[in-house]
Design a protein around this ligand. Sequence first.
Ligand code: FES
Ligand SMILES: [Fe+2]
Length: 370
Amino acid sequence: MNDSVLRIINSYNPDAPLEAASTIPSSWYTDPCIFEFEAQTVFSRSWQFAARVDQLTGAGSYATTEIAGEPIVVVRGSDEKLRGFFNVCRHHAAAVMTEPEGRAHHLRCPYHGWTYSLEGELKGMPDFTGVCNFDRATNGLVPIQTAVFEKWVFARLSGKEPGADLTAFLGEDLIQQLSGFNFASLHWFQRRRYELKCNWKVFVDNYLDGGYHVPHLHKGLDSVLDYSKYTIENGERFCLQSSPMVATNDEEVGAVRGGPRAFYYWLYPNFMLNYYEGTLDTNLVRPLAIDRTEVIFDFYFADVSDAARERNLASVTVGDRIQQEDLDICESVQRGLNSRAYEAGRLSVRREAGEHLFHRLLYADLKSGV
Ligand code: FES
Ligand SMILES: [Fe+2]
């Protein structure tokens, strides 16, 4: 930890109430030291989305990902249990599983053929006789914590703090609220990825501005939301933004965004659930560099039959249009954050309580790593 990181962290005041608060300073979005420090703290200690449960049906099914720059694989064992590992071979560190998802009898490294069981134990090392002081039993894949919540597998890299299981991390309140949506009746349909030239927090801030930008930036979406009745409720580590839906003249949007209310849940730090009646999309915000971010959208629908395909695609297309509008503004914000003219901004009391929560939680996580 160098002094400059400490100075940057301390330049935010987490104690100011919303009406007196400023955003986190621009250096948090532009200084590469912060990117590194977030990987060690925020993204290593929180529970992170790792895979969808529907990718992992049956023994031997697996999915790979990266969390905080670490290669990860989640595998369903012969005993049907889900396990997570660093996807790093104990021989010379190659990635053992190289496909995004698939099914295997065992986990074989493509480099020199070392083989691990579905439970992560090292089983075979070609041409390795004569090697002394090598304990096969302690050279299995290095495990990480995993746990399932609803349709998703979450993983956590650092397991040092006792008692921090996924349930405690999400909190009873959130679990209770989400159980009311019957996500089990929805089925995964499609994934879309976007790459943005901005810091990951710019995207999260944009998501958490309480609909502030909706009438200005998303004219189509605005036509189905009752902006004046938009609500913002903070939980311990989540924020729910919700809006009643109204009839619209925008046929493209109106045809695929229905139901009485829209629900937008943000789960600290980087996972979102957007629910309209019978439609769910999740957003995973993955930092790639201080000024580059990938956002992965997974779309779920109640009916994913061929007959419903066209309507589902139309819904994804509406999501895509909204996303494009957000992407452009996020990149504009990142350019502004680099400007000498900007240091921090004030928050709308009516709209931006979610951002205030986000910034304070971030501060607490970064501070705990000092
Ligand atoms: S790096 Fe995996 S077998 Fe050599
Ligand atoms: Fe938006």
